[in-house]
Structure formats: C-alpha cells, structure tokens
Design a protein around this ligand. Structure first.
Ligand SMILES: C[S@@+](CC[C@H](N)C(=O)[O-])C[C@H]1O[C@@H](n2cnc3c(N)ncnc32)[C@H](O)[C@@H]1O
Length: 207
C-alpha cells in the first residue's frame, strides 16, 4: 500500500480529532525518559510529535496518509523546531527507512484501524527498530457508556474497512491480545482520561 486516505485527513483531523488525544499523549510522554529518541508510527498530522519536541532529543513521525504528512510538514515549516521530522511511509516498511535504533517507538489510535496481520507485522517492526514500545488505543470492548458508544459511532463513520478492522481488533482482545500473541510483556499500564483507552509500555519478545 502506497497511500492511505480518509475523508477527515489533514486540517479536519488536526483541528477536530487529534486534540481529543491530548490526555493520551500526555501519559505517553510521562512514560518516556527525557532526551530520548522517539519514532511515532501513524503520527497523523503530528500533534503528539509537536507537543513532545521540548522533551526529546529527536522525534520522527511516520504516516501513510500523504494528506496528514503534508499538513504536518507545512506546520513544521512555520516553526523553529530542529529536532523533528516527518516521513510519508507505510509502517510495515519502517525498518528499511531507519537502520538506526530509537529509544522508543510509539503508536496511538492506529492499530485498531489495521487488518490483523498488519498489526502483528507493524509491532514486530517496531520491536526491531526500538528498545521500548508504547501503545495507546481503545479498550476492547468499549464500555457501554456515553463515551464508549460515541467512540463506536466514530469508528463506524470512518468507513467500512476501518470499522471492520476495529471490530476485528475488539474480537482479538485489543492491545492485550496483540501483546500476548507476540509473546511481549506489559511492564506499565495507565488508563486514559475518559476510561475508554489505555496506554501500555511493553518489553520486546521474550526468548
Ligand atoms: C486515528 S489516526 C491517529 C493519529 C495519531 N497517532 C493520533 O493519535 O492522533 C491513525 C493514523 O494511522 C495512519 N496509518 C494507518 N495505517 C498505517 C500504516 N500502515 N502505516 C503508517 N500509518 C498508518 C493513518 O493514516 C492515520 O493518520
């Protein structure tokens, strides 16, 4: 796959959707040591990257949506940040783009929209290019309250493929199922501000 397109990518995502993730982004930042190097997979319009620029030595944001990456780069051009960059690429191929290792790789609200096999491939690739992985995503299943129901509606409105992948993510027990299948270990977990998401820090495959 060379590009990904959602009707809401770009300006709409940046202004209307990404700000809802700020609570998760703050928890993710707290889980990582200052002055580290970080790669953010499925960065969207780069909101997490821009917010983290003062804490880390180097941050790279990668996304398969050219509209999101173009938007992130246009924001970057207007700024003075020297330690961040963005790349339009498929997360399945990150190893070929980055021969160096990062201290952390992060992925927020991305794996629930990927097909099952891609989820596994991307997590394996992240484990190969970084020492520690941080994942933020929905609890599976979502709680049956107002927030949980509105998250489900948002996933439905994102399109048929997106919603089918979200349902598959739920069926396979979300982050817990993924981590277990890959033989990885959760070493820290925090619940997101609305109680509908969680953020985990995981260690790589146990040999
Ligand atoms: C819901 S957005 C999350 C953006 C951001 N991480 C956040 O928390 O606001 C999911 C993003 O993952 C990206 N994405 C999905 N599949 C991808 C893939 N295979 N490689 C890279 N990015 C991908 C989409 O283009 C989209 O920008």
């Amino acid at each position: 796959m060379k590009n990904k397109f959602h009707w809401y990518d770009g300006l709409f995502y940046d202004k209307m959707i990404a700000p809802n993730q700020d609570g998760t982004f703050a928890i993710m930042r707290e889980m990582m040591k200052p002055n580290s190097s970080v790669i953010d997979i499925g960065t969207g319009t780069g909101r997490f990257v821009f917010q983290a620029t003062n804490k880390f030595r180097k941050i790279v944001g990668v996304d398969l949506s050219s509209r999101n990456i173009n938007f992130a780069n246009s924001q970057l051009e207007k700024s003075n940040f020297k330690n961040i960059s963005f790349l339009h690429a498929n997360a399945t191929e990150i190893k070929s783009h980055f021969p160096e290792k990062f201290d952390y790789s992060t992925i927020s609200y991305v794996i629930h929209e990927m097909p099952y096999e891609m989820r596994l491939t991307v997590l394996k690739a992240m484990s190969e290019i970084s020492n520690t992985i941080i994942i933020g995503d929905y609890f599976a299943p979502q709680p049956k309250n107002k927030r949980g129901i509105s998250n489900r509606i948002a996933e439905f409105l994102a399109g048929t493929d997106h919603f089918n992948n979200y349902r598959n993510f739920t069926k396979h027990n979300g982050i817990y199922g993924l981590v277990e299948t890959l033989g990885m270990l959760i070493v820290q977990e925090k619940i997101g501000v609305h109680g509908t998401s969680h953020i985990v820090r995981i260690n790589k495959k146990i040999d």
